[in-house]
Design a binder for this molecule. Structure first.
Ligand SMILES: [Mn+2]
Length: 551
């Protein structure tokens, strides 16, 4: 294991034990595919619905009382021609949710105004000045999407003013919500849906379906599933269960869109006419839709989704591309500067008041990925230090911050990702406290990688139709990483424009193409053991090179 650059070989022994526990299965699937599904916690009876999710098998939300009350409220507002104001969070989950709900209200004959939190001005949650800015009074309805569950001041004010306030959100409730506030949140006790890890886009998808039904209209499933899957994939949700089914169906539907904005977005992301994968959602479409909100303001995206006109879309797409480039450059710069600051400690905490607030979370994620340590990246907003943290697998960052809360002004999020703010005068004591807290946590293995199976190229090709159906990948449904022994380079690697290498691997009598980065770290001697994950395009298998394993 010594020459496996930067990685630790783990997993197989643990997984073998797990499989023994589960016992032998008797599906008609190839054993290797069965093992992969079992490792992801999929029960034998659910194999088929995992590999072939169907529209008819999606969950029904009809029994969720709060959701029905919310639907009645909006139905009444549309019928009475009441003014509806929708406010959402600035990320893709918020923007797609707002576009879905707005689109439905528009189609069903209602009208609405909307706003989106501004990362720099408002921060997280519904801003208090929304009442004045949108002239909200007791004749109107306020809906907050992907935020609002913990906006207690807004809730109190809405109640006092007699304003109907409907919250549709998936963030964990920290306080008791007044019974006069309408709140659809899967984490509240009244929600009978067993699967809790929806993003707001997933809840809105069901909400809008119910709203169409309440008007006796057919629900245009395909157009909504496109937006729902964009929102679901981009939030840190689990890519299993209902989330995965929606995204699975959405990946097939997105390319068929007639919305000229979404079509244009596919084109500028280099995805026109391509079969979509979850990586395309994570690394091409999602970042583009997030860039405006990260760098400036993403409100115009809703207008593009809902009212796409040719000239406007063209200008909008140019703006998205330029903000996304700015985001990349800014992220890269902050990342490089952060690298210079890190020391050999269990948790990375770095701070520079000049860093752009919009990229801190992205930089923290990259640090976790590259360093295998919890990472917190901080900058300054107004008079507070503010930033984002990301955690390593199986360590809850929110729990850690909870222990350090006396040094913080504010914090929130979940196990994997958190936001936090603190006074500058508390920074040093916060560092000290974190150091102390981390003493009790084990150090993560750096860049560990779990190899799922050892197989030959022949088997890989034989199983490709099954393996292809493991998409969409994400949390709880990771890409399977394989090892193939006795591989040789078929020819010299060829460097591509983006710094990647095109590789050709030979094993047995099969040659497979692959893409790899940083090849100088590896020693390609004869008959090496190749570590990779497979990618599938138009019936072909291509290998994403991860490394060489040397015993
Ligand atoms: Mn969300």
């Amino acid at each position: 294991m010594k020459n496996f650059v930067g990685w630790v070989f783990t997993g197989r022994s643990k997984k073998k034990a797990f499989l023994k526990e589960k016992g032998k299965t008797s599906s008609s699937l190839p054993p290797l595919i069965e093992r992969i599904l079992l490792r992801r916690g999929i029960a034998l009876g659910d194999f088929d619905s995992f590999l072939n999710p169907k529209v008819e098998e999606l969950l029904s939300f009809e029994k969720w009382e709060s959701l029905n009350k919310g639907i009645d409220l909006i139905k009444g507002a549309i019928k009475d021609k009441k003014v509806i104001h929708i406010h959402s969070d600035y990320d893709v989950d918020g923007i797609t949710s707002l576009s879905m709900l707005g689109g439905a209200i528009k189609f069903l004959g209602g009208s609405f105004s909307y706003s989106i939190s501004n990362r720099f001005k408002d921060g997280y949650g519904v801003p208090l000045d929304i009442f004045e800015n949108f002239n909200l009074n007791n004749k109107k309805i306020l809906i907050s999407l992907d935020c609002g569950t913990n906006s207690m001041e807004i809730q109190e004010k809405a109640k006092k003013e007699g304003l109907n306030f409907l919250i549709i959100d998936h963030h964990s409730p920290l306080f008791e919500i007044d019974k006069d506030i309408f709140c659809c949140n899967t984490h509240l006790k009244d929600c009978p849906i067993e699967f809790k890890n929806f993003s707001t886009a997933g809840i809105i998808f069901k909400f809008v379906e119910g709203l169409y039904k309440s008007f006796g209209k057919n629900f245009p499933f395909n157009s909504y599933v496109r937006l729902a899957s964009l929102g679901l994939a981009q939030d840190i949700t689990e890519m299993v269960g209902e989330n995965r089914s929606i995204v699975f169906i959405g990946l097939n539907e997105i390319p068929k869109t007639k919305n000229i904005f979404l079509k244009g977005l596919l084109k500028s992301s280099g995805l026109e006419g391509k079969k979509l994968t979850s990586d395309h959602l994570y690394y091409r479409l999602g970042p583009r839709l997030n860039a405006p909100g990260r760098m400036k303001d993403g409100t115009f995206l809703v207008d593009l989704f809902l009212f796409p006109e040719e000239e406007k879309v063209k200008r909008g797409l140019e703006k998205i591309e330029s903000l996304n480039r700015l985001r990349q450059v800014t992220q890269e710069k902050v990342y490089e500067e952060a690298l210079e600051k890190i020391k050999d400690e269990k948790v990375i905490i770095c701070y520079n008041p000049q860093w752009h607030l919009g990229v801190l979370g992205l930089v923290a994620s990259k640090l976790v990925q590259e360093q295998g340590r919890i990472s917190i990246v901080l900058s300054k907003n107004k008079d507070l230090i503010k930033g984002s943290g990301r955690s390593v697998e199986d360590v809850s960052l929110i729990e850690i911050l909870e222990k350090a809360k006396e040094h913080l002004e504010n914090y929130g999020g979940h196990g994997a990702a958190c936001g936090l703010s603190l006074k500058e005068s508390n920074y040093l004591s916060f560092l000290e406290e974190m150091k102390k807290i981390m003493e009790n946590y084990p150090m993560e293995e750096k860049n560990k990688i779990e190899i799922e199976e050892e197989l030959d190229f022949k088997d890989l090709i034989e199983l490709k139709d099954f393996l292809e159906k493991l998409e969409p990948y994400g949390n709880k449904n990771p890409k399977p990483i394989f090892m193939t022994h006795n591989v040789n380079l078929y020819e010299e690697p060829m460097i591509l424009k983006n710094g990647a290498y095109l590789l050709k691997f030979l094993q047995g009598n099969i040659i497979l193409k692959g893409i790899g980065f940083d090849l100088d770290k590896f020693n390609f001697k004869e008959n090496f053991s190749l570590v990779y994950y497979p990618e599938f395009y138009n019936g072909n298998v291509s290998l994403r090179f991860l490394g060489i394993f040397d015993k």
